[in-house]
Design a protein around this ligand. Structure first.
Ligand code: SF4
Ligand code: SF4
Length: 286
């Protein structure tokens, strides 16, 4: 672990819909020249490392504590069913089945069981990799195929990335649901990368409302600016966010991304936008 001699700073990058350039912008922030840890919390399709040099990653497993039933102790009282908010454990007839795919590993049913008939077992759900890409520490989460809940892997990935003691860039999953919230919860400022299409704007507005609820300072980077001849101004909560940069559509950037070349190497406007984002984030961070 390296030390900055000051409190590290974390900035998260989110989008509404996928494919807006969120990961490309995360890579641009990571490549801004300062020592950073780049955290890929998009654990269902992590690809930030590919834009940062594809380092070799040493991995560790992530597991979730899920309940199992000691049938000899269980009296079928139903307390566990009534306790679980996710419908992951049921008591009916002579059985108390646990539906692991629905379980969030909160442990509430284990604590509530009056007979101490529930105990916890570890269920592998993913892994976190760590590597060094030319001085940038890359921390990447990966959800195991078939696992329904990415949140435990995201939380562990962010935790390990922040433990590096460096400024961090967190590449969040797309969308506005629990995975995005888990990724940005510890960030001190958030960049919302969007595009001016109706679909992009609608999804970004939902994310903006969630960020407002969370009390996160947030700003916009508009990718593919000018793609529509007449794009109306941003409205709603989105319209209250400052616009840090408008990046025009660039075929060179798109082709570079497909080959694993970060946009900062083919278009200087991405470098300028990343610089502006760091400066804004440091000014407004809570
Ligand atoms: S709370 Fe405990 S004793 Fe009651 S049904 Fe659930 S496992 Fe059985
Ligand atoms: S650990 Fe939590 S989520 Fe899982 S079955 Fe028990 S109460 Fe439900």
């Amino acid at each position: 672990m390296r030390s900055l001699g000051r409190e590290p700073f974390s900035i998260a990058v989110v989008s509404g819909k996928g494919g807006t350039g969120k990961t490309s912008f995360s890579a641009s922030l990571a490549l801004s020249g300062q020592p950073v840890a780049a955290i890929d919390a998009d654990v269902e399709e992590p690809n930030l490392a590919l834009l940062l040099g594809d380092p070799v990653l040493a991995t560790m497993n992530v597991s979730l504590s899920v309940p199992a039933v000691d049938a000899e102790r269980c009296t079928r009282c139903g307390t566990c069913s009534r306790t679980c908010r996710f419908g992951a454990v049921f008591s009916f007839g002579k059985a108390v089945p646990v539906f692991n795919d629905l379980c969030h590993g909160c442990g509430a049913c284990v604590l509530a069981c009056p007979e101490k008939a529930l105990y916890e077992v570890e269920r592998p759900v993913g892994f976190v990799g760590r590597g060094d890409a030319n001085g940038i520490i890359v921390v990447e989460g990966r959800l195991l195929v078939g696992m329904p809940n990415p949140v435990p892997v995201i939380e562990r990935t962010v935790e390990l990335g922040l433990a590096e003691g460096l400024d961090t860039v967190i590449d969040s999953p797309p969308g506005a649901a629990c995975p995005m919230v888990a990724a940005v919860r510890k960030a001190r400022a958030v960049i919302l990368v969007t595009e001016p299409t109706p679909f992009g704007r609608a999804d970004a507005e939902v994310v903006a409302q969630v960020l407002r609820e969370m009390g996160k300072p947030a700003a916009l980077v508009v990718n593919r600016s000018g793609i529509l001849e007449e794009a109306p101004p941003f409205e709603g909560v989105l319209g209250t966010f400052p616009v840090l940069a408008r990046l025009p559509f660039s075929r060179a950037v798109a082709e570079g991304a497909a080959r694993g070349v970060p946009p900062t190497k083919v278009d200087s406007s991405w470098k300028d936008a990343a610089k502006a984002a760091w400066e804004w984030a440091r000014r407004v961070a809570k």
